[in-house]
Design a protein around this ligand. Structure first.
Ligand code: ZN
Ligand code: MN
Length: 151
């Protein structure tokens, strides 16, 4: 979904729930909706500090907790990368993670509905969520490795 479209959707849903949309919250929504690299709370805070110098990291954490509770953001927990967020696709989907720089990307070629249906049929489970992570090196980190080798 387009970033502007997704921000508008988040705002509309939260207004329906009679939640207040402050300029700071809106700025956080915009970063989450673009979901570039799947930012951490600290990354979001760092990106907004210049424009909102009075904003605290606690505000970012509170907004993330609120959006998670409303089902408007997907939280990905990692032991080494901390918590990372996707506000563009707030539902389970596969990710590819760079072990060099920690960037996280959504590969678009997956549809897990079919495999989920088959798994439920095979096991008798009802499946409500899933987590599928691929690890590797992003193009930038591959290039950096080549440059390092070349000295
Ligand atoms: Zn990388
Ligand atoms: Mn994602």
């Amino acid at each position: 979904m387009m970033v502007e479209e997704r921000v508008a959707q988040m705002v509309a849903r939260l207004k329906d729930g009679e939640h207040r949309i402050t300029p700071q919250r809106l700025a956080i929504f915009k970063i989450l909706a673009s979901s570039a690299g799947h930012p951490s709370a600290e990354t979001i805070y760092g990106a907004l500090l210049k424009e909102y110098p009075t904003m605290s990291l606690a505000t970012v954490y509170k907004t993330l907790a609120f959006l998670k509770q409303e089902g408007e953001v997907l939280e990905l927990q990692f032991s080494d990368l901390g918590n990372r967020y996707d506000g563009n696709k707030p539902y389970p989907h596969p990710h590819i993670i760079c072990t060099g720089c920690g960037e996280i990307v959504d590969p678009c070629l997956f549809d897990l509905n079919d495999i989920t249906q088959k798994m439920m049929a095979e096991t008798g489970f009802t499946i409500v969520a899933h987590r599928l992570d691929f690890y590797g090196l992003c193009p930038e980190c591959q290039q950096k490795n080549l440059n390092d080798l070349a000295g």
